[in-house]
Design a protein around this ligand. Sequence first.
Ligand SMILES: Cc1ncc(C[n+]2csc(CCOP(=O)(O)OP(=O)(O)O)c2C)c(N)n1
Ligand code: SF4
Length: 331
Amino acid sequence: MSETCLSGADFKSSQEVRWCPGCGDYAVLNSLQSVMADLGIPRENFAVVSGIGCSSRFPYYMNTYGFHSIHGRAPAVATGVKVANPDLSVWVVTGDGDGLAIGGNHMIHTLRRNLDVKILLFNNQIYGLTKGQYSPTSPVGTKAKSTPYGSIDRPFNPISLALGSRATFVARTMDTQPKHMKAVLRAAAEHKGSAFVEIWQNCVIFNDGAWREWTDKKVRDESVVNLVPGERMVFGAQESRGIALDCGDPKVVLADKASVWDPSTPTPGVATVLAEVDLMPDLPRAVGIFRKVDMPLYDRGLHEQIRLAQQDKGEGSMEELLYTPDTWEVD
Ligand SMILES: Cc1ncc(C[n+]2csc(CCOP(=O)(O)OP(=O)(O)O)c2C)c(N)n1
Ligand code: SF4
C-alpha cells in the first residue's frame, strides 16, 4: 500500500489508550486520525507535539512522529520542529490548563507570529490530569478542589483570545459531533498559517456535562449556530431561524433574513462579537470557522531571511561566530 493511501487505522499506535472510559478525548483522537489519513501526506511528515495533561497524552496514541513535551511549552517546541523542518505538518495538542494557564504566553506569541502549525485546545474547563482544579476557562462560581467556595476569576474565552492574538485561522468544534469536528480539522489542516481550534471536550470524571447545554443531541440544534464561510448563519432543527448582524449587534431573525458569514473580513471585529455571545444567554453559541485570512508565514519569513543573509555573507561558521573579536579572556 502506498504511504499516501492510508486509513485512520494506520495512524493508531500500538500504545494502550489510557483515558477514562467516556472521555471526550477519544472522539478527537479518532477524528484526527481519520482526517490525517485523508490529507494524502505520508505519516513520517506529521509531528504531534503536546504539553502536560490528559489531552497531552495524545502523541503516544498517534502513529506519527511526536513529542510529549513540558507543561505549557508545546507551542515553543512545535516552533522549533516547524522551523527546523518546514515540510512537516505540525500539530499541537493542549488543554485549557496547559495552553491557557502556564502556557498562555507561548500560545499567544505563536498565534501572532503566524507559524504554520495547527493548535488543538481541548477545553474541558478543568485540570483533568491533576484531579479537578479549576482552570482559566472555568465559569465564575466553579466549585473545584482548588475553589471550594466557587471560583471568583472571570474566565478566558479561548476564541476571543486567539482573535485578539491575530490568529489567521480560528475555529470551534465539539467532541459530540465527529462530522463537524472532521470538517473543522480538515479546514485547519488546509490553512497556511497558525490554525487555532477550540474543542469543547467532556471530562466525565471531574467536570461531567460542562458543555451539555450546547453539545447534547436533544438541545444543540437550538443552542448552537454553525459558522460556515459563504453560508447564512441559520440554526434550529428546521433551520428556520438565523443570526443577523444589526449595526454590529447579533440578533435572532427568520432564516431568510440571516446574514451570510464571511470569516475573511480585514478585521476580526464581527468574529469577536460572535465569539462573545456567551455573554448573551438568549443567543445560540457559535461554532465553526470564526476567522480565516491569509498572512505571511513566520517559518517562511525566517528561512527567507537566512537565505538572504547567506547570499550576502556566505554560509558562515559556528566557530567563527563564537570566536569573533567580541570575546574576552577572564583571568
Ligand atoms: C511545571 C508544572 N506545573 C504543574 C504541573 C501539574 N499539572 C500537570 S497537568 C496540569 C493541568 C492539566 O490541565 P489541562 O491542560 O486542562 O489538561 P487536561 O488534563 O484537562 O486534559 C497541571 C497543573 C506540571 N506537570 N508541571
Ligand atoms: S480525567 Fe477527565 S480529561 Fe482526564 S482522561 Fe479522565 S475523563 Fe478524560
